[in-house]
Design a protein around this ligand. Structure first.
Ligand code: ZN
Length: 124
């Protein structure tokens, strides 16, 4: 299923290929996800295309600096970013899709990141 989305001002636009709904999503309780209201849909790099706005993206890093928290420098909205948990994928904010999709939401205990990451692998 192809979906489109982007930031608030429209500078950043992307297209992503998602599985048929309900689409798996992760609700993370870590400090940055809680404050940005980010609801993660993990999309393989190959299933994602940035349509416009590459020059509008700027990044914020903290902690280990592995994750690249990309946000639009005009409107401040973080519509997708490079997560530390999935190096081969982008994490797309389901709240930034043009049309809402049916989700099956799983909790991710990002405050205890190492443990939570291990249990993601254990489920595969
Ligand atoms: Zn924007």
């Amino acid at each position: 299923m192809k979906v489109q989305g982007g930031c608030h001002c429209g500078a950043v636009r992307f297209e992503a290929e998602l599985p048929n709904p309900p689409v798996p999503a992760l609700d993370c309780n870590c400090s940055v996800c809680r404050k940005t209201g980010f609801l993660h849909i993990i999309v393989a790099h190959g299933d994602f295309e940035l349509l416009t706005g590459r020059e509008s993206l700027t990044s914020y890093r903290f902690g280990t600096g592995t994750a690249k928290h990309l946000f639009c420098r005009h409107c401040g909205v973080k519509s997708f970013y490079q997560p530390r948990s999935h190096p081969d994928a982008w994490s797309v904010n389901s709240n930034c899709l043009d049309e809402s999709v049916e989700l099956v939401v799983e909790q991710f205990d990002g405050r205890n990141w190492e443990q939570a990451r291990t249990s993601l692998d254990a489920q595969k």
